[in-house]
Design a protein around this ligand. Structure first.
Ligand SMILES: Cc1cc2nc3c(=O)[nH]c(=O)nc-3n(C[C@H](O)[C@H](O)[C@H](O)COP(=O)(O)OP(=O)(O)OC[C@H]3O[C@@H](n4cnc5c(N)ncnc54)[C@H](O)[C@@H]3O)c2cc1C
Length: 437
């Protein structure tokens, strides 16, 4: 039995059911395929920080695998082409993976299932619960968060699985080390990829600083590591398992204190859970301009406005600062994301999908369900009973950055610019333009 484990958003050894499933194999080929997002909504490729965080995560995973006599093969190319090729080259008899929740990923799986003649075993390792834990069938999953939460929050989160003590050896092959990213961490938020850094942050947030105790009051801070847990990059890349984090919260509540704030961190993990499972059910609707509700939305695409929003050069200083923070560090707070998204959708009348694509490129915690689901929520085309959220940008700035420190830190104050520019080719030409000619 020659197995292949296809790592995707499960870049860890512990609590990884798919990886544990290879115990009886004679050999195991561990593979990761670098994501190459297709051009979409004027956006292409991975942003520098997302690329950096991913490479750091892979380098650490490779070291951990090497410590078990294993290795990690990192390749470029689409799974539809590369995996069948590896199956043929190494005589693979079974592939396993942890399911990713996007509709493109589902299409890829369907294609591979058709094309390959060997078992493709799909595990689900990146969520708190499995569909069989829910008191409803997946197709009947509530369309609104509150009823979902009420039905699932009392369910038992299974104990995370220990890492394997040993793994089958790799087949004879060339394993290159992962080329480091040419981009360095930003000093304002130098979050390193990899499990160890994620564990350190978890330890710091819960046990050392005990910031979890007043998380509900501080979670809207605009800077990372300041008020919210900032665990999302390690969660999204799978360096940390969500069940592991949930159990750390429960342990803390048993040992130290259980209050509204400790509960609230778990509550936010339930939001993540909601968007994950909704993404499975909603499929391609997650990417339509009319969203999951199919609401027609007039959104004239104005390239200059979009480019200014991306560059942090709008007439809204706080939004500028947030966008510059995103591109420089790869992270933005939840409140920041809501403000920046509201600006593009409701002030600049932009197509929400262009904003979501730009976030996808840059966020080191990019997660398809959470990103597209939250964007739809703000655009009023998602699972929101209130039908959209428009934030008053002046009020938000006064509340969350009253002294303008954050805005100044990220150079958000810019000279206002006209909404439209005229150039020599503008029409019609007036008598005055013609002068004496
Ligand atoms: C427009 C927009 C786009 C977003 N895109 C993403 C994305 O690509 N990836 C992503 O992980 N989150 C996304 N979020 C959700 C949220 O902003 C981030 O999870 C959060 O800011 C991460 O910081 P944190 O780890 O400090 O969060 P905390 O406040 O400490 O929350 C703990 C964890 O709960 C989860 N969580 C918190 N809020 C949400 C939420 N609203 N939706 C889903 N999960 C949540 C995250 O896994 C987070 O790490 C988006 C929100 C908006 C408004």
């Amino acid at each position: 039995m020659r197995h292949l484990h296809w790592f995707q958003q499960d870049l860890r050894l512990d609590d990884n059911p798919a990886l544990l499933s290879h115990a009886a194999a004679d050999s195991l080929l561990c593979v990761f395929l670098m994501p190459r997002p297709k051009p979409w909504c004027n956006t292409v490729g991975l942003g520098p920080q997302r690329d950096r965080f991913l490479r750091e995560s892979l380098t650490e995973l490779q070291r951990e695998l090497q410590a078990l006599g294993q290795n990690l093969m990192v390749l470029e190319g689409s799974p539809e082409l590369v995996l069948p090729d590896l199956v043929a080259r190494f005589g693979i008899t079974e592939i396993s993976l942890s399911r990713c929740h996007g509709s493109n990923e589902a299409k890829t799986l369907a294609f591979l299932e058709q094309k390959l003649t060997i078992p493709l075993v799909v595990h689900r390792g990146n969520t708190l619960f499995q569909p069989e834990d829910f008191p409803f069938g997946l197709a009947e999953i509530p369309g609104v968060f509150s009823p979902f939460r009420r039905q699932v929050e009392k369910l038992t989160v299974k104990t995370p699985l220990a890492p394997p003590e040993r793994l089958p050896p790799p087949p004879a092959a060339e394993f290159d080390s992962i080329p480091p990213s040419p981009h360095s961490r930003h000093p304002a938020l130098p979050l390193p990829g990899g499990k160890r850094a994620g564990e350190r942050r978890l330890q710091q947030f819960i046990d050392v600083d005990k910031s979890i105790v007043d998380y509900k009051e501080t979670r809207n801070c605009l800077d990372g590591l300041d008020g919210s847990s900032t665990l999302s990059p390690w969660l999204a890349n799978g360096n940390l398992s969500v069940r592991h984090i949930a159990h750390r919260i429960f342990d803390f509540e048993r040992r130290e204190i259980a209050n509204e704030s400790t509960y609230w961190l778990y509550f936010e993990l339930l939001w993540r859970e909601f968007f994950h499972w909704r993404a499975v059910v909603d499929g391609p609707k997650l990417f339509r301009i009319g969203g999951v509700v199919g609401k027609p939305r007039l959104s004239p695409f104005e390239p200059r406005q979009f480019a200014r929003w991306c560059a942090g050069d709008t007439d809204f200083p706080l939004v500028n600062a947030l966008m510059r923070q995103l591109v420089a560090t790869g992270w933005m707070s939840n409140r920041g994301r809501q403000i920046a998204a509201s600006c593009l959708i409701h002030e600049l009348q932009g197509d929400w999908r262009f904003g979501a694509a730009f976030f996808e490129k840059h966020l080191i915690d990019f997660d398809v369900g959470s990103n597209y689901g939250n964007w739809q929520y703000i655009a009023g085309v998602g699972h929101d009973p209130r039908g959209g959220r428009q934030f008053n940008l002046d009020k938000q700035a006064a509340q969350h950055d009253p002294d303008g420190l954050f805005t100044r830190k990220w150079d958000g104050y810019r000279a206002p610019q006209p909404a439209f520019v005229t150039d020599a080719a503008d029409w019609p030409i007036t008598e005055r333009d013609l002068g004496d000619a």
